[in-house]
Design a protein. Structure first.
Length: 896
């Protein structure tokens, strides 16, 4: 049976996926949307139809405010009624019994001349202890289920929840159980012996929830322990019906097949967490969509054929994998689960890779002789194997399986780093829902949770979940007044003498007259926007075959030409390099090695320059050569308790590298040095990866940008407002204990007294809200909130100074607000002032005249860290962290 129509082998370059994750790919898609909108295409309608946009918005429910958050509620702006994805649950006081669960695997020593009683165990070394821990975590629920069945008298009539590893919570005290209970369990075809030990840890009262919300006993918060119990209760219920993957829960009955995507299907589900709000505890439910291996594949060989776009018949013809094919297949199949189909006993294994060994070559002792895998299958199972590479199984034991004997285990989720750009694009479409559809789906999942709980676990733990989403109040802030905000407005500021520039095309398939046309369009559009460009110094076409060729090209530019900025055309298709590799090498050469400004474009654009493309291109170009595209009106900062002329905005972010032998992170700090908050200086460091994600050299990095500020102005700033990105809820104390003191020390180092305000920026949260009633005043009816929508009541954490702000309007899907947490405020800003400030800082981004979803300083810090990461990856194989720091610590990012 042939699964793939092409009979001819279709070769593709491996690793063409150039996305940076969801955010970067969504940005690419949104840019495509903006371009198509100018052409007259109506993406909104297609999304509206695709997502079931005619559904009615579910009716939200208002809840009584019990406590107020630490930040005074703001008053500025027009009031607005919203629906949120928070579902309140009531809770009665209960005494919960906490038991520790300790599961150990019994290892029986096998010595040739020693008889074993079957009860003896032996001490494991550290490596085996780690392996055992991973094994227990993976199968703890199955082992514990068997334990409960064997002890039905003890657990009969007991309501319990299990966290899947080490903690058990019950509503009644358990009868005494034997210590180190011995248990045999069938784990994926193998019988394992286990010892289970249950110990009562303590009895926990849930009354602290009531005490906090009623203001009793002077309680200032709810303990993490109590909140985690509620989390475990809900997750225990979800596992009855939903498949779990990376703390998300998926409904395998909602699988979506997309013919455009060969190897995978899409499955819908949700993420949930228990949150403290002003009206009590609530379940925050957010939709998720993931990829799973398509059910049309039952065998591993079929999946590999799909990945490589190869007809299965090819595998019968002495097929040989090319290195790039092996690499492409391994990227996806690594860590997938497979079973075997040659014996009655089904075992499950985890794939490491497609090896370079073949069945006839790999031999092992069998019946006193050396036997190949090929011979073994003929003798034992009367199976003649194909001449295909063996599949290496993960683990230290050298286990190899014939490729065609491996079956796929369902379901198999695909992580983000395994899917290519085409799958990423389809995943984006499948996970994009207009607000009324989004909130109908979240409400349906909450109703499903109630239906799943047929045993009444929630009720016995004193929980009553409300299926209606919370109705909340918001405000729409006035939109800041900006100058030169329209796409065809002349730039706010251009340099008097633009630098010399030239265009390079890194492919001989490009024609020189195409470059001439591109240069002509650049000059024409730039002139219309107020930027007078000279003719390009040169137009050059060069062919490249390796990354070293790119280095040589830029080395020659520096030696022979006086240009200040190069425009580089990147080929989409190349026989040896991916477009991402070419782009990263170009930026590494220009930004770091030679200090040359650069701007890249896709050579496909030369065939036909899309409407609006060149305007956006010149927008970036003007910013790079120190022009200013747009500006906030100076009145927007009236009334603030600081002077812009002595105030610096700072953005801080940390970017982690991917899987690498060198475990490092990139820390980036950017800071403004002008009164209009448009011009930036920066500092970047490589540091050892840390779970806390703290910027270890922050004092030195702040010192760098403070010195640069003084060199530009002749004095140090008196006020510093820091926007810190990339900090999770559990890391606020680390920022307060480590980073803020380092910032203060940097002030002391330059002997200046600065007022410091620190605001945490969070994009990775699961809060969503939309209009409770549809807005019909615009070009098209919508439930999405208008830009400037702020929420600082009801659903916010009452233990923090926090608010949500939608600084932009989302044309696609359900808009995502940015979360702001004020950690320190020496400036003593009022709530209205801090919200106005954060809204203002979402403007003046160099890549657009429009506002963006987060403060510009954090966006630049994010881009700087990402760009530095690309450079460091070129160095990491042969340089230490100290060497890399010396190479990039003075690396200034040229206005993106």
């Amino acid at each position: 049976m042939s699964y793939y129509p092409p009979n001819k082998r279709h070769r593709t370059n491996p690793g063409n996926y150039s996305g940076r994750g969801n955010q970067r790919n969504f940005s690419q898609h949104y840019n495509r949307y903006e371009g198509d909108k100018q052409k007259g295409f109506r993406h909104e309608q297609s999304f509206h139809k695709m997502s079931g946009g005619h559904q009615r918005m579910p009716e939200p429910k208002p809840f009584t405010q019990l406590v107020k958050q630490k930040l005074t509620h703001g008053t500025r702006g027009e009031p607005i009624e919203l629906i949120s994805n928070f579902y309140n649950f009531l809770h009665a006081d209960r005494l919960i019994h906490h038991y520790s669960v300790n599961i150990k695997k019994i290892f029986i020593p096998r010595h040739e001349n020693t008889k074993s009683s079957g009860d003896e165990t032996f001490v494991l070394d550290e490596e085996k202890k780690t392996a055992q821990m991973k094994f227990i975590k993976r199968f703890a629920e199955k082992i514990f289920d068997s334990f409960v069945k064997e002890n039905s008298k003890v657990f009969g009539g007991i309501t319990y929840v299990y966290d899947g590893y080490a903690n058990l919570y019950t509503t009644k005290e358990l009868d005494q159980l034997d210590d180190n209970y011995n248990l045999k369990v069938n784990i994926e075809g193998r019988i394992g012996n286990f010892l289970i030990d249950l110990k009562c840890v303590r009895t926990i009262s849930l009354s602290e929830v009531e005490n906090y919300y009623r203001g009793k006993s002077g309680q200032v918060s709810i303990s993490e322990e109590v909140l985690s119990i509620f989390e475990i209760i809900f997750r225990f219920i979800y596992k009855k019906e939903f498949a779990i993957n990376q703390r998300k829960f998926f409904d395998l009955s909602q699988i979506i097949h997309e013919p455009k995507v060969r190897i995978c299907d899409f499955v819908q589900g949700f993420f949930s967490s228990v949150r403290m709000t002003e009206f009590g505890l609530a379940l925050n439910v957010h939709l998720k969509t993931s990829c799973i291996i398509s059910k049309s594949y039952t065998k591993l060989i079929e999946l590999i054929g799909g990945i490589l776009n190869i007809d299965l018949k090819e595998f019968d013809r002495n097929f040989r994998f090319r290195p790039e094919e092996r690499s492409k297949a391994n990227k996806i199949i690594r860590h997938l689960k497979v079973g075997t189909m040659h014996s009655k006993q089904t075992c499950t294994y985890i794939i490491d890779r497609i090896s370079e060994k073949y069945p006839k070559d790999e031999k092992f002792p069998y019946r006193g002789k050396s036997c190949s895998i090929d011979e073994y299958f003929q003798l034992e199972y009367n199976i003649i194997l194909k001449s295909l590479p063996l599949v290496k199984i993960a683990g230290k034991n050298n286990i190899y399986l014939p490729m065609e004997m491996c079956t796929l285990v369902e379901p198999q989720f695909l992580s983000q780093n395994k899917i290519d750009q085409n799958i990423q694009r389809e995943l984006l479409f499948k996970s994009t829902h207009v607000p009324n559809v989004y909130f109908n789906k979240t409400s349906n999942f909450v109703k499903r949770i109630q239906e799943i709980d047929s045993d009444g676990i929630l009720k016995r733990f004193g929980i009553q979940l409300d299926p209606q989403a919370a109705r909340i109040k918001g405000r729409v802030l006035p939109i800041p007044n900006t100058i030169s905000k329209k796409m065809d407005d002349k730039f706010f500021h251009t340099v008097n003498t633009p630098p010399e520039w030239m265009i390079f095309a890194l492919s001989e398939e490009c024609r020189k007259n195409d470059l001439e046309n591109f240069a002509f369009e650049m000059k024409k559009v730039a002139n219309n926007l107020g930027l007078s460009l000279p003719k390009p110094h040169d137009l050059v076409v060069r062919n490249i075959s390796t990354e070293d060729h790119i280095s040589n090209i830029f080395s020659n530019i520096i030696k022979r030409t006086p240009v200040g900025i190069v425009i580089v055309g990147i080929p989409t298709r190349h026989p040896y390099l991916t477009s991402t590799q070419i782009y990263n090498k170009v930026k590494s050469c220009c930004d770091v090695e030679y200090g040359l400004m650069s701007q890249c474009f896709n050579l496909d654009k030369l065939r036909r320059i899309p409407p609006g493309y060149m305007s956006n291109f010149i927008l970036k170009f003007n910013a790079k050569i120190r022009g200013q595209n747009t500006s906030l009106h100076e009145n927007e900062f009236n009334g603030f308790p600081f002077d812009r002329s002595n105030t610096m905005l700072v953005g801080i972010d940390v970017n982690h590298k991917g899987e690498s032998e060198v475990s490092t992170s990139i820390a980036a700090v950017v800071g403004t040095y002008d009164s209009s908050f448009y011009k930036y200086t920066s500092s970047v460091r490589v540091q050892a990866k840390d779970k806390e994600e703290i910027v270890r050299d922050l004092e030195e990095m702040m010192y760098d940008i403070l010195k640069e500020y003084k060199s530009k102005n002749g004095y140090y700033p008196q006020n510093v407002i820091v926007f810190r990105d990339g900090v999770s809820d559990g890391q606020f104390k680390s920022v307060e204990q480590y980073e803020i003191p380092m910032i203060v020390n940097s002030f002391k180092k330059v002997d200046t007294q600065c007022k410091l305000t620190v605001i945490i920026i969070q994009k990775r949260h699961h809060t969503r809200f939309a209009l409770a009633k549809q807005d019909t005043n615009g070009r098209k009816p919508t439930y999405n909130v208008p830009m400037g929508t702020v929420v600082d009541t009801e659903i916010v954490d009452p233990t923090l100074k926090v608010f949500y702000l939608n600084s932009h309007f989302s044309p696609l899907g359900t808009s995502k607000p940015t979360k702001y947490i004020v950690l320190r405020d020496d400036l003593l800003l009022s709530t209205d002032q801090v919200q106005h400030l954060c809204f203002n800082t979402c403007f003046q981004y160099a890549r657009t005249r429009d506002r963006i979803s987060m403060p510009v300083p954090t966006k630049y810090a994010d881009l700087l860290a990402y760009r530095a990461k690309q450079y460091v990856e070129h160095l990491s194989e042969k340089h230490s962290i100290e060497d890399m720091n010396e190479s990039i610590k003075t690396y200034i990012y040229h206005t993106i």
